[in-house]
Every structure is written in structure tokens, then in C-alpha cells.
Write a protein that binds this ligand. Structure first.
Ligand code: IMP
Length: 199
């Protein structure tokens, strides 16, 4: 059942790829988003948690306290089995740019002797911090690290995240297709259920 009132959240991320996917996954539901004010206007949250869930909560709480607006934050990353779960919560800080992060990841896998298992997963943790309580959900998607980047869509590690059921990397998928299978879309689906805006 849809709530009578339209829900209004602050979307606490500056990552354009995430914003595009979150807006697309929640379009058609009774939710309206506000973007973060201009970059310099508010102090940055400290992302010093040891889990995605902790970081999502830190970000959501930070912006909720500053703005008084119910805030949705997301923390996500890539965990590669052969690297013991690296880059994990450090996914964004693994190297300075997306290109360098991908190069570093491929180099690390290539430097492991023998046939390397390239299994990996993306994890997305969402936190909605609002006056009447906090909602926390998370989800993941399993795939493999491709030998070289492929595709021009998406962001971050998408060009090397190969999703076997579709025989494509995430960067070879449109936003719509990625939103049918991704960690973020799965977490957003759980959030919609908690908010009772599921159609
Ligand atoms: P966050 O903004 O601290 O959550 O950092 C997330 C980082 O993980 C991003 O900078 C990306 O490098 C990576 N990441 C998370 N989700 C995705 C995804 O859907 N595709 C590609 N990279 C992702």
C-alpha cells in the first residue's frame, strides 16, 4: 500500500553514478529527492567506519543533523576474494581515479602466481536517517573480475565487474539493465519494502 504523503529525502551522495541509479530505481514511487547543497556549503562526514553499514549510517546521520531533512546515504564497494576482500571499504580510496583503481586491481590480480580465482562481489549498504527512526538495509551481487575493462556505461569498477548471468560487465549495461541486477538496486528494493512503497 502506498503512503498518502509523498516522501521527501535528502540524497547524501555526490557520486553522479550513484545518484543516477538511485533516482532511476526509485522513480515511479512516491519519493522525492533533494540533492546535497553545493559542495563547500557543508562540512564533510568522516568515513572512518570499518563496515559499509557503519559508513552509510555515519553519512546519513551527519547530513540529517546538519539539515534536519530525512537523509538517505549509501556506502558501497567491491570485495575481491583473491585479495582477501580488498579493496572493500577502501574502494573509493584505493587509488586516485577510477582508471587508476582499475589498473591497480588488475595488476594485483595478475601478480598472484598460478590460476587466480577472480570471484568478487559488490556490496551496497543504505541508511535512511529520519525523525521517526533509522532504516538500514544492504545487499550484494556476485560476479568476476574481467581480464580487461569493457563497456562505456556506469562508473567506478563497472568496466571490470563481469556478471556471468548476462555475459556482460556492468559497464556494458544501461542504467536500466544494471538496475535489474545490481547490489544497489537490490538494497533499494529492500528499502522500498520497509517504506511500504513497493508496487
Ligand atoms: P563510497 O562513495 O565511499 O560508497 O565509495 C564507493 C566506491 O566503490 C566507488 O567510488 C566505486 O569505486 C565503488 N563502487 C561502488 N558501487 C559501485 C558500482 O555500482 N559500480 C562500480 N563501482 C562501484
Amino acid at each position: 500500500m502506498r503512503p498518502l504523503q509523498r516522501l521527501h529525502f535528502l540524497l547524501a551522495t555526490k557520486n553522479r553514478g550513484k545518484v543516477r541509479e538511485i533516482r532511476s530505481a526509485l522513480s515511479g514511487f512516491n519519493i522525492e529527492f533533494e540533492s546535497l547543497p553545493r559542495p563547500d556549503d557543508l562540512p564533510q562526514p568522516r568515513e572512518e567506519g570499518s563496515t559499509f553499514a557503519e559508513n552509510a549510517r555515519l553519512k546519513a546521520k551527519h547530513y540529517y543533523r546538519l539539515t534536519g531533512i530525512a537523509t538517505l546515504a549509501e556506502d558501497s564497494g567491491l570485495l575481491v576474494d583473491a585479495l582477501g576482500g580488498e579493496p572493500g571499504v577502501r574502494s573509493a580510496r584505493f587509488a586516485p581515479t577510477d582508471k587508476e583503481r582499475i589498473e591497480k586491481l588488475l595488476k594485483m590480480l595478475d601478480s598472484i602466481p598460478g590460476e587466480v580465482q577472480r570471484s568478487a562481489r559488490f556490496v551496497s549498504a543504505l541508511c535512511l536517517f529520519q525523525p521517526d527512526g533509522v532504516i538500514e538495509v544492504s545487499a550484494e551481487v556476485h560476479g568476476q573480475i574481467a581480464r580487461k575493462p569493457r563497456g562505456g556505461h556506469g562508473f567506478g569498477y563497472d568496466p571490470v565487474f563481469y556478471y556471468p548471468p548476462r555475459r556482460k560487465t556492468f559497464a556494458e549495461m544501461s542504467t536500466r539493465e544494471k538496475n535489474q541486477v545490481s547490489h544497489r538496486a537490490r538494497a533499494l528494493k529492500k528499502l522500498r519494502r520497509c517504506l511500504k512503497v513497493e508496487s
